[in-house]
Design a protein around this ligand. Structure first.
Ligand SMILES: [Zn+2]
Length: 618
């Protein structure tokens, strides 16, 4: 326990470096640090014009030898990497008993009890403290909750744990309050260049600069004549290179846009240095020295402590680029390095990734690590949201994949028996994805494939009905309303703005909803902020976006526990505090059901338990 404790303290310090001043400025967190409530926003914090949605910084997968396939897949394959159902005896005295508290079970009747006991890593019993006294033996570790609340361990159904540690190490931060204007941005870049050997790449990331301006090569060139530069927006779907970087990558006015990617051009047709969507960014990023497997290993191991300190007990990384990175995740499971339970999804960016997805992935599963399926990004962040009607961003009518090759790939992956997740910002992106799912499911009607839409920022009412009918899960992040909400009216118009992240509509129509963080694409990564965001839907400037779509704490917590478990086919083994389920629990310093709403984002976690083991204690 000591080991984990000191690790989490160290990592919290490290994370402050990672997100730099932006975290202190904007974020709420948990653990011992008392963090300020993330409202109100200082006036200097101009709302970004672009909605951050996804991080995928990895250059093209390097041509390393692939691991041999360990399973032969057939068109009607049963999933080979299913969640491991726990089996252990619940007889005899408990290993641990949490008594005299408020145990929010999130079971089917939302029951709240006083106590829970744990045996062999599983929930042994729930009930009143008196009812459970007979379970307490000489060897039982008794935790007197003294009225504290216990919830199921939070499950983050969409984050990118293995890239979090790169923010601030591999990618240098250009963040507020240090960088608020273009002048600040240039000053910082000049400072970095002065300390970097000539010719070496400078890689960075920014959240928002100069009221939403996207830096271009004209901004970068004067302060980086001797270094190739690549600076990405924190959401991960666009970024800027300087002229030297363009030269190294051989990108000129003659370079055609790749399908689904945009090399921005000026009036004379010359590249501005700005690249939108991954396929375009890949043309440049393949020339940047990638981070090392050691860095990824370190990130996977150390970043888990951050999430443990916020009550997270499971996460799903839905954007793992490169079969080698999938391999590093699976290795972490095999080597017992996982503090939290994880399901990972392999990202396909290019048609040739389909072959890798089908042939090079090990369908591995243990109780802490599992290959769960695949991921596509069918559009970008808000400026490149693929929509039915025009918007005021960069591109509104383009998917990142040619629709037919996307459908073919979805069809082939559906046949593996695993899940598919698709990043969808615009309404047309969701509809194309639903078409692809429907066609695959009609062609091969295997039971409950439970494919997913990630983000679903703008959707139509008709899509809600289809999502329900197809049994598709919506996995979304209220933080985007906080980060980008102020820009939605200008970008999408008032009417469509009210169609952003329609959580109430989904629940009312029986859609399976999972809430998560998408860390590190926004400055907020804690479940507490996510729950608060779903309940308030407040933008930076304090504007409520779609008040009627707000959720109650009960609904939001369910979506972050049972809903998120369901999103990965795990609702029978986790997500609620019920006998026989995994003993994955979060003890809250203050009851999230009765705490004042403004305190919710910063309620500390007192203890996090995974499989009956304390992995974090304040
Ligand atoms: Zn994401």
């Amino acid at each position: 326990m000591n080991h984990h404790h000191s690790a989490s303290k160290m990592d919290r310090r490290r994370f402050l470096t990672i997100l730099g001043a932006a975290l202190a400025w904007l974020a709420a967190g948990c653990g011992r640090r008392r963090l300020q409530t993330p409202t109100p926003i200082p006036p200097a914090a101009a709302p970004p014009s672009a909605t951050a949605i996804l991080p995928t910084w990895t250059p093209l997968p390097p041509p390393t030898p692939a691991p041999k396939p360990t399973f032969t897949l057939s068109p009607t394959a049963t999933p080979v990497s299913v969640p491991i159902a726990p089996t252990a005896s619940l007889e005899g005295p408990a290993d641990m008993a949490l008594i005299n508290g408020k145990v929010i079970t999130v079971n089917s009747t939302d029951a709240i009890v006083q106590a829970v006991t744990i045996k062999n890593g599983l929930i042994q019993a729930v009930g009143t403290t008196d009812e459970l006294r007979s379970r307490i033996g000489a060897s039982t570790q008794v935790v007197d909750l003294q009225g504290k609340a216990v919830t199921p361990g939070l499950i983050d159904p969409h984050n990118h744990l293995q890239v979090m540690g790169l923010m601030g190490t591999y990618f240098l931060p250009f963040l507020p309050p240090e960088v608020k204007t273009m002048q600040d941005f240039q000053k910082k870049l000049a400072e970095v260049a002065a300390k970097t050997p000539k010719g070496e790449w400078i890689k960075g990331y920014y959240l928002v600069v100069a009221e939403g301006r996207v830096p271009n090569r004209q901004d970068l060139d004067p302060v980086s004549p001797e270094h190739p530069v690549w600076i990405m927006q924190q959401g991960g779907h666009f970024g800027a290179a300087n002229s030297l970087a363009l030269k190294i990558a051989g990108i000129t006015a003659q370079t055609p846009n790749p399908t689904g990617g945009i090399i921005e051009r000026d009036a004379s047709g010359e590249p501005t240095g700005v690249f939108y969507n991954h396929r375009a960014m890949d043309l440049l990023r393949r020339y940047i020295p990638p981070w090392t497997p050691e860095m990824t290993r370190e990130n996977i191991i150390s970043t888990q402590a951050l999430f443990a300190a916020c009550g997270v007990t499971s996460f799903q990384d839905n954007n793992v680029r490169g079969t080698d990175t999938i391999g590093l995740y699976l290795d972490a499971g095999k080597q017992g390095k996982m503090l939290l339970r994880s399901a990972v999804y392999y990202t396909l960016e290019w048609p040739q990734d389909l072959n890798r997805a089908l042939k090079e992935l090990e369908h591995y599963a243990d109780p802490f690590m599992r290959l769960a399926g695949f991921k596509f990004l069918i559009d970008g962040q808000a400026p490149t949201a693929y929509c039915h009607e025009p918007h005021n961003g960069i591109s509104w009518n383009t998917s990142t994949w040619d629709p037919q090759s996307f459908k073919n790939a979805v069809r082939a992956l559906h046949d593996t028996g695993l899940q598919i997740c698709v990043h969808c910002a615009g309404d047309a992106a969701t509809d194309l994805t639903l078409d692809a799912y429907e066609e695959a499911m009609n062609a091969n009607p295997r039971p409950d494939p439970r494919h997913r839409i990630e983000h679903a920022v703008i959707t139509t009412p008709e899509a809600t009905r289809r999502i329900k009918d197809l049994g598709v899960v919506v996995s979304t992040q209220p933080q985007f309303i906080r980060l980008g909400g102020d820009a939605y009216a200008r970008l999408f118009g008032e009417e469509r703005m009210l169609r952003t992240i329609v959580t109430r509509e989904w629940l009312d129509n029986g859609v399976h909803l999972a809430l998560g963080s998408d860390a590190p694409t926004t400055p907020w990564y804690t479940p507490q902020v996510t729950l608060w965001g779903a309940m308030t839907r407040v933008s930076y400037s304090g504007k409520v976006i779609g008040a009627e779509q707000r959720l109650t704490i009960q609904e939001a917590l369910r979506a972050h526990t049972m809903g998120a478990a369901y999103a990965a086919h795990e609702e029978t083994i986790k997500g609620s505090i019920e006998v026989g389920k995994l003993a994955d629990l979060a003890v809250w310093a203050e009851d999230p059901y009765s705490a004042p709403l403004q305190r919710l984002p910063s309620i500390p976690i007192a203890m996090t338990i995974v499989g009956g083991k304390v992995v974090y204690q304040a």
